[in-house]
Design a binder for this molecule. Structure first.
Ligand code: HEM
Length: 403
């Protein structure tokens, strides 16, 4: 079903007929949560809906979890301590200093796009910006960026044989169960992270207690202890995986939406005050991460369903973003939409996306730069989706831009 596209009609039916439904597949089965209000309620109630068994469909053992638990797979109070280490770097104020860098980067990237003739927007633009911004924030070496992109793709799009030769659910990855996404590429990402840390520690004058994220992680203490090597591995991998592909998807899906609804592009270009609401609408519409999973820590009820302790509970943000009980005309792409309390970054709970301000700034800067240059986007071929029920990624987006 997902190969064709996001099954919006099926989600609409489920919101009406089975707001919280049991599906017996994906291992031991799962509760599937479709309505906006139930998703927010579950996100808020972290004591009942725990993240400690991971946020994907996977069923890792205790040992697997211990080896590869990242901030996203923890509950308070552990979560609160980890979040405190990085929250300063990602606050709205701290992120604002990157606006100039992102603008210059975007202009450089757009300068290289062909003025006439079709090109692949994913490859030329959407892929280029987020990883370079992440490298700036984290203090990653420029030489490794292509490898970061490649490894991140192979992990997050691990159900698409065009992107990875190790497909989740098809290939036996038991030997890698302790690594991110249970993948040999998870191991490679850790190895790369360790190399980056090693080089940083070995640099003349020490690790330079700078203000980049890597310096902060190397200085950080939890309850008086420095982060362990495993803690660093896991922080590194979640930041690279969560911060790159997601933002790329929002940028690419945003441009696809403007190809399909050119009158919305005209509206945005005519009124720069629409940049903020347009950014949020691109987020709602693109919903780069379709779901997050929780696990019931106790017997409970949600949306009329009796959930038992230990059950898997999947919160479909992509469905909540189209819930007619929350959004007027949810299937209309409207750059002036207000209010727009979409779920694309999560909502209501402590796991709200750490990179929310950074991602919003990136998308806004790219939209603003495009609005200055592009009068019209047109599709120059069929976009190709990543084969995934988890991300809304595009492999290619052939466009023609007229200025
Ligand atoms: C359009 C871009 C992005 C989208 C759609 C997105 C989406 C999400 C979502 C849905 C969650 C989980 C929320 C929940 O469980 O309720 C999340 C968490 C997270 N995101 Fe993002 N994200 C984006 C960009 C970024 C960026 C740029 C970074 C950082 C560099 C980042 C880092 C993280 C981290 C570390 C977490 C875990 C937070 C925690 O557990 O406390 N994300 N993101």
């Amino acid at each position: 079903m997902w190969v064709q596209g996001v099954p919006y009609d099926e989600f609409a039916r489920l919101r009406r007929q089975a707001p919280v439904a049991w599906f017996p597949d994906q291992g031991s089965g799962f509760w599937s949560v479709h309505r906006y209000a139930d998703i927010v309620a579950a996100s808020r109630d972290v004591a009942t809906f725990s993240s400690s068994r991971g946020v994907s469909f996977e069923e890792p053992t205790d040992e697997d979890m211990a080896a590869r638990r990242t901030i996203i797979d923890t509950d308070p109070p552990e979560h609160t301590k980890l979040r405190k280490i990085v929250s300063g770097t990602f606050s709205q104020r701290a992120i604002a200093v990157y606006e100039h860098f992102i603008t210059e980067l975007t202009e450089r990237v757009l300068d290289r796009c062909p003025a006439s003739g079709p090109f692949d927007f994913v490859d030329a633009v959407a892929k280029e910006v987020p990883i370079r911004v992440l490298a700036q924030v984290m203090g990653l070496p420029a030489a490794d960026l292509d490898l970061f992109i490649d490894l991140g793709d192979r992990l997050i799009a691990n159900t698409d044989p065009d992107i990875t030769d190790v497909v989740w659910g098809r290939d036996d990855t038991d030997a890698y169960r302790r690594y991110p996404f249970r993948s040999p590429y998870g191991k490679q990402l850790w190895d790369l992270g360790r190399q980056v840390v090693h080089d940083r520690l070995a640099q003349p004058g020490g690790p330079e207690p700078g203000d980049d994220l890597l310096s902060r992680l190397l200085r950080a203490e939890v309850d008086g202890d420095r982060l362990t090597e495993t803690d660093l591995d896991n922080f590194f991998s979640i930041l690279v995986v969560a911060g790159n592909e997601t933002t790329r998807i929002a940028i690419a899906q945003g441009v696809l939406a403007f190809c399909r609804y050119p009158e919305q592009w005209d509206r945005l270009r005519a009124d720069p005050a629409l940049l903020d609401p347009a950014t949020d609408e691109v987020m709602r519409w693109s919903c780069p991460t379709h779901f997050m999973r929780r696990t019931a820590a106790a017997d409970t009820t949600l949306g009329g369903a009796a959930i038992r302790a230990g059950d898997k509970v999947v919160l479909w943000y992509v469905s909540g973003n189209r819930d007619e009980a929350e959004f007027d005309d949810p299937d209309v792409f409207d750059v002036g939409r207000s209010p727009n309390r979409h779920l694309s970054f999560g909502r209501g709970g402590p796991h709200l996306c750490l990179g929310v301000h950074l991602a919003r700034l990136e998308v806004k800067v790219v939209l603003a730069a495009l609005a200055r240059r592009a009068r019209r986007f047109e599709l120059a071929g069929e976009p190709r989706r990543i084969r995934s029920n988890f991300t809304n990624g595009l492999k290619t987006l052939p466009v023609r831009v007229s200025s």
